[in-house]
Design a protein around this ligand. Structure first.
Ligand SMILES: [Zn+2]
Ligand SMILES: [Zn+2]
Length: 364
């Protein structure tokens, strides 16, 4: 059974930096990295709440211990509840958008708010970490490692105590889903020998171009240390990662472009979707927690559900609870959540926007 969302008090002082996803095609990697360069590292660290969090670990630890006895404790790997960590909940370019902050008229209210440390509108590339609690310790399974993976990992992993990555599962091969594969070198050089990457063949074919040196390491200069990745090709049939069964949820993410959602236990995760094929609906039955794409408040785009369509799908799928992800800068966290809350009274719908750093205890 799903438990409740951890109260805001459980993760108060370390909030998000941001990023963004959308229909970025692979050749755009270069321009995306240059956007990162525009984020000067000095100001990043000045404003990054993680910096102050690290220096105040003991204070934060105390807060965790006293607010909820069932929460995982900081800096430890003593398994308690299994949980989902929302590593990132935004679109490809990140929120705040650089272009909104450099706009002399400062017309974007959400990005202006998102520039403040701790604001829930700060969002990085959409991704979750499944932390499966076992007697021997947590099993950490990441879904997607996008362009801003390093920043997300830096922000959340040290404070939560996530060290190793047992597997990475890929939804599709856009830059905001696979742009962080190179950053996994820090893990395979310093934490573990390698990382299995579960990926559909069509996306593996893309990686052969975008990350050719990770697919064929024989091209790497001897002595150079790149990520050591073990690619495991998946189809649209269920597969098992360690002890957990994953059922792919094939969806369309734009015309003729396939993306995969995944079901594990009674949790369904669909991060990038513009259309759900009829044959996928039976796989969504009896869903306890649905995590689903909702790009913008007013309408859908060619590649993503907007909020009205996402709500239609919720009514059709009838999950017990829904958390939306993949939000762009038009989605004001507090305002939209306030509106969504009203649907609980009017229709009995339990729907909310997620946010970077949200941890949801689950039973797998
Ligand atoms: Zn903006
Ligand atoms: Zn995409």
């Amino acid at each position: 059974m799903l438990l409740r969302i951890r109260p805001a008090a459980a993760a108060p002082s370390f909030r998000s930096i941001s990023s963004d996803r959308f229909s970025f095609s692979i050749p755009s990697f270069k321009s995306l990295s240059s956007a990162l360069v525009l984020f000067p590292s000095t100001s990043f660290f000045k404003t990054n709440p993680l910096h102050s969090t690290i220096t105040n670990l003991s204070a934060v630890h105390k807060r965790y211990s006293t607010t909820e006895s069932t929460t995982a404790q900081l800096g430890t790997d003593i398994p308690q509840d299994s949980e989902i960590l929302f590593v990132g909940t935004g679109t490809s370019e990140g929120i705040p958008r650089v272009s909104c902050l450099t706009n002399p008229y400062k017309t974007c209210e959400v990005c202006s708010k998102a520039a403040n440390p701790g604001d829930k509108n700060k969002r990085l590339n959409t991704s979750i970490l499944i932390r499966y609690s076992r007697p021997s310790g947590y099993l950490n399974i990441l879904i997607d490692a996008g362009k801003f993976f390093y920043h997300s990992a830096l922000r959340w992993f040290p404070t939560i105590g996530v060290r190793k990555l047992d597997a990475v599962i890929i939804t599709h091969s856009h830059a905001d889903a696979i742009g962080g594969l190179d950053d996994l070198r820090d893990w395979t050089n310093n934490v573990q020998r390698n990382i299995p990457i579960y990926v559909a063949n069509r996306d593996f074919e893309v990686m052969k171009k975008t990350h050719y040196y990770l697919v064929d390491t024989s091209v790497v200069t001897p002595g150079a240390a790149v990520s050591d990745l073990q690619f495991k090709i998946i189809s649209e049939e269920p597969f098992v990662v360690h002890d957990i069964k994953f059922t792919p949820l094939p969806v369309w993410h734009g015309k003729d472009y396939r993306s995969l959602g995944f079901r594990f236990g009674n949790i369904c995760y669909i991060s990038d979707v513009s259309e759900i094929p009829e044959e996928t609906y039976p796989l969504l039955k009896d869903c306890e927690l649905l995590i689903m794409d909702a790009l913008r408040p007013d309408r859908s785009s060619a590649t993503h559900f907007g909020l009205p369509r996402a709500l239609e799908e919720v009514r059709k799928i009838q999950p017990k609870r829904t958390l939306f992800t993949g939000m762009m800068h038009l989605m004001d966290h507090e305002k939209i959540n306030e509106q969504l809350l009203k649907l609980k009274d009017s229709e009995g719908l339990d729907v909310q926007l997620s946010y970077d750093g949200l941890r949801v205890p689950v039973t797998l």
